[in-house]
Ligand binder design. Sequence first.
Ligand code: FES
Length: 134
Amino acid sequence: MTDSKKSPSKSVAKKIDAARRELKTATAPRTERQLLLCVDRKTAECASRSSMTTSWKYLKKRTKELKLSRVSGLWRVPCYCLGVCVGGPIAVVLPDNCWYGHCTPQVIERILKEHIIGGTVVSEYVISPKQLEK
Ligand code: FES
């Protein structure tokens, strides 16, 4: 048996059990979609720091107003670099694996209303090959 197939120690198993119990009551399992937005202000390569901040603030405000939350099915997540680093702010909707560029407040508004609520991708701002092929 290799090390990677060994069972976790008792203390690790106890922690895993605690995490399992916690996840049952947490809101994450009820989340149908996640909207990750690059707000990597440290590197700020895909967009300026100010546009990342503006977009993130807008996303927070609008998801509250539209009552889009972890409980209702959307988990918005600020994240570090998503690896695209140009044409941002960059966002990705999961599990659709639909990537967007130039996520200004106006584009975020469309993503929320058309993609998240309406189920239709905002093709003008899509950057992921899978959605571009359609
Ligand atoms: S810095 Fe935003 S995707 Fe890399």
